[in-house]
Design a protein around this ligand. Structure first.
Ligand SMILES: *[C@@H]1O[C@H](CO)[C@@H](O)[C@H](O)[C@H]1NC(C)=O
Length: 246
């Protein structure tokens, strides 16, 4: 596993309170963010939101309330002088630590390998006539690295990628594109690194016709052969019949 991927996982422990009246909504969301099971880098975050705007947040790494709006700034100042901030500073120990074990066992220590597909797609009208897409599906957790290699060397230019897209079922997918001008004899590969894999996985592009195309041609060719045989048989039958042999 390459060191460049930092394994970072978040778990929102929803201790969320929502108040709603006459189109105004106010909510408080409490989160424990875990980076590793030993609690290294863990954070306790409490966010105060009014009408979808977060105006105030306690972040355990900062150690005090931070305001983001006029209302938030005023409240941060008040809360940081009182008992609230003292209690908040204890929440990482009190709430997040004892629960870490449960969350890791239930979800956070699970890893699922991506299914990777390499395909040729139509390039946007650009500098290059060809484009490949490397898609990784259904992996968990979110951090992943998809890179392109051309004859073993990493390609950085003409590469675009989506974000890691959440499927909504805990899994993620990502699509990386490489625009290129084909050269004969070159080898293009897509490399995928993920915590579920013991080593980076390589997928090599085979520029010969894709299987679906090969199948179409094979089916078409068989049809042609069969058709010709039937036509010939029919012709012979007709000839013999009309010449009175049958
Ligand atoms: C908490 O604060 C630290 C230090 O400023 C920052 O690096 C981190 O991203 C913050 N976490 C959140 C969830 O905002």
């Amino acid at each position: 596993m390459s060191k460049s991927i930092r394994f970072y996982i978040c778990l929102a422990v929803a201790l969320s309170t929502l108040y709603e009246t006459d189109g105004y909504a106010s909510d408080v969301v409490t989160r424990c963010l875990y980076s590793s099971i030993d609690m290294h880098g863990a954070e306790f975050i409490q966010s105060y939101t009014f009408n979808k705007v977060e105006h105030l947040r306690f972040n355990s790494t900062v150690g005090e309330f931070v305001g983001y709006t006029e209302l938030g700034l005023k409240n941060a100042k008040r809360l940081n002088r009182g008992q609230e901030v003292v209690q908040m500073r204890g929440e990482l120990e009190r709430l997040c630590k004892p629960n870490a074990d449960i969350h890791y066992r239930a979800i956070l220590d699970k890893t699922v390998e991506p299914h990777v597909r390499l395909s040729s797609v139509t390039p946007p009208s650009g500098r290059h006539p060809a484009m490949l897409m490397c898609s990784a599906y259904d992996f968990y957790p979110k951090p992943i690295r998809v890179t392109w290699l051309r004859d073993g060397r990493e390609v950085k230019s003409d590469v675009t990628s989506t974000e890691e897209l959440a499927n909504g079922d805990w899994y993620y997918q990502i699509h990386s594109h490489l625009e290129y001008t084909p050269k004969s004899g070159e080898k293009i590969s897509c490399m995928v690194e993920h915590i579920s894999l013991t080593e980076p996985m390589m997928y090599h592009w085979d520029p010969s016709l894709p299987e679906a195309e090969r199948n179409k041609i094979a089916i078409g060719a068989s049809g042609l052969v069969l058709g010709t045989i039937l036509a010939l048989a029919g012709l012979i039958y007709y000839k013999k019949k009309s010449s009175g042999v049958l």
